[in-house]
Design a protein around this ligand. Structure first.
Ligand SMILES: *Cc1c(COP(=O)(O)O)cnc(C)c1O
Length: 363
């Protein structure tokens, strides 16, 4: 059987259908409906953050925050992230300035951020990569000293310690592959009331009431059916984390004596199983694929080497990003992966033959 990274964790179907029945009874499909409000309130309580603004997806959430903060010119972002972090900015005319990551957290390196600040910079956008938090204390100090806005792409970090109320705002993704999903969707979280109000306006074309438009805006709304899926998914969140944590434990046990790889500690939601492969990463990737295990090279290449950014790349060194993008491999986890699956995957890794035909990992 084929195994995927990011296979959706389907919630209870009966619960989802009962939410749908409610939607039919109310005949209220979108525009800040009761399920969207319930979803926002539940997440607000769970994460301990003042304001939650549900959006169509995390990409538009990042754009709304950038617009609401009035960003201009350059925004400093990590080079080791999903392309959406950079594209969200470029699409609205901002310039992502790529920064190398920290060797230990794999998040944006604060020391390097400081060196990249120019007069054109207006913000720092950190990414809590694989659910591991950025060094917020240092980043906020730098942001304050240089009068920059600070916000976060928290697409990987739902339910990870302390994340939700950092910086001006944080943006979560509920894309089907994430640990909570609403088919497509996202959530902006913030403790700043003025910003929250501005975001709510901008999410809905700038409408303050029925006829009155008070700001520029876009359609960033989440529909009721997406919120229904989000609510059903949120209800099983603890179970997903528990299963992911157990899966991590099985991987760790099965890989302890395999010398060529290191299993890295994930964030508190255990959403990603991240392997650092010291030898021929692509060889192992192919070996897994040929056995139906569709591992993923997240994130390869780094954004600075990806279209369209590569053309403008100055050639500045990105040592850690370049190293990791060539050595990282994400493995399947989630509700649909069994212990037997994990044992099979680890068996392939253990017996993987390097290019010269020698067995690298025998036991
Ligand atoms: C998934 C993801 C996004 C995009 O989220 P969407 O909801 O699909 O727009 C952004 N950044 C990171 C790091 C992601 O993993």
């Amino acid at each position: 059987m084929t195994l995927h990274v990011g296979r959706p964790n389907l919630p209870n179907k009966t619960q989802f259908l009962s939410y749908l029945t409610g939607i039919w009874e109310r005949n209220w499909l979108t525009n800040d409906g009761p399920l969207v409000q319930e979803f926002e309130q539940k997440i607000s309580k769970l994460l301990g953050v003042e304001h939650c603004i549900a959006v169509a997806n995390a990409t538009i959430g990042l754009q709304l925050v950038a617009k609401a903060l009035g960003l201009t010119g350059e925004v400093i972002v990590p080079s080791f992230t999903f392309i959406a972090t950079a594209h969200a900015l470029s699409w609205i005319g901002l310039t992502p300035v790529f920064c190398d990551i920290d060797r230990h957290t794999w998040c944006i390196n604060p020391e390097r951020v400081e060196r990249l600040i120019t007069e054109k910079a207006s913000a720092i956008l950190g990414v809590h990569l694989f659910g591991r938090p950025c060094d917020h204390a240092r980043l906020s100090k730098i942001a304050r000293a240089h009068e920059l806005q600070l916000f976060y792409d928290a697409a990987h970090a739902f339910g990870c310690g302390g994340i939700g109320g950092l910086g001006e705002a944080e943006v979560f993704s509920f894309h089907a592959t994430k640990c909570i999903n609403s088919f497509e969707g996202g959530m902006i979280t913030t403790n700043h009331q003025v910003l929250a109000e501005r975001l709510r306006l901008m999410r809905n074309f700038g409408f303050e009431d029925e006829d009155l438009v008070v700001s520029l805006g876009i359609n960033g709304k989440m529909s009721e059916v997406h919120a229904a899926m989000g609510l059903a998914s949120l209800a099983q969140f603890q179970d997903v984390v528990l299963v992911n944590r157990q899966n991590f434990g099985v991987y760790r046990t099965c890989l302890t004596d395999v010398l060529d790889v290191t299993l890295h500690y994930p964030g508190d939601n255990y959403q990603y199983i991240v392997l650092e492969v010291y030898g021929d990463r692509d060889g192992l990737y192919e070996a897994l694929r040929s056995e139906g295990v569709l591992a993923r090279r997240y994130f390869n290449p780094g954004c600075h080497k990806s279209f369209p950014y590569a053309f403008a790349w100055s050639g500045r060194q990105m040592t850690v990003t370049d190293y990791l993008s060539a050595h990282v491999l994400c493995l399947p986890t989630g509700m649909s992966v069994t212990y037997e699956d994990i044992e099979r995957i680890c068996g392939i890794i253990r017996n993987w033959r390097d290019g010269d035909g020698s067995i690298r990992n025998s036991s």
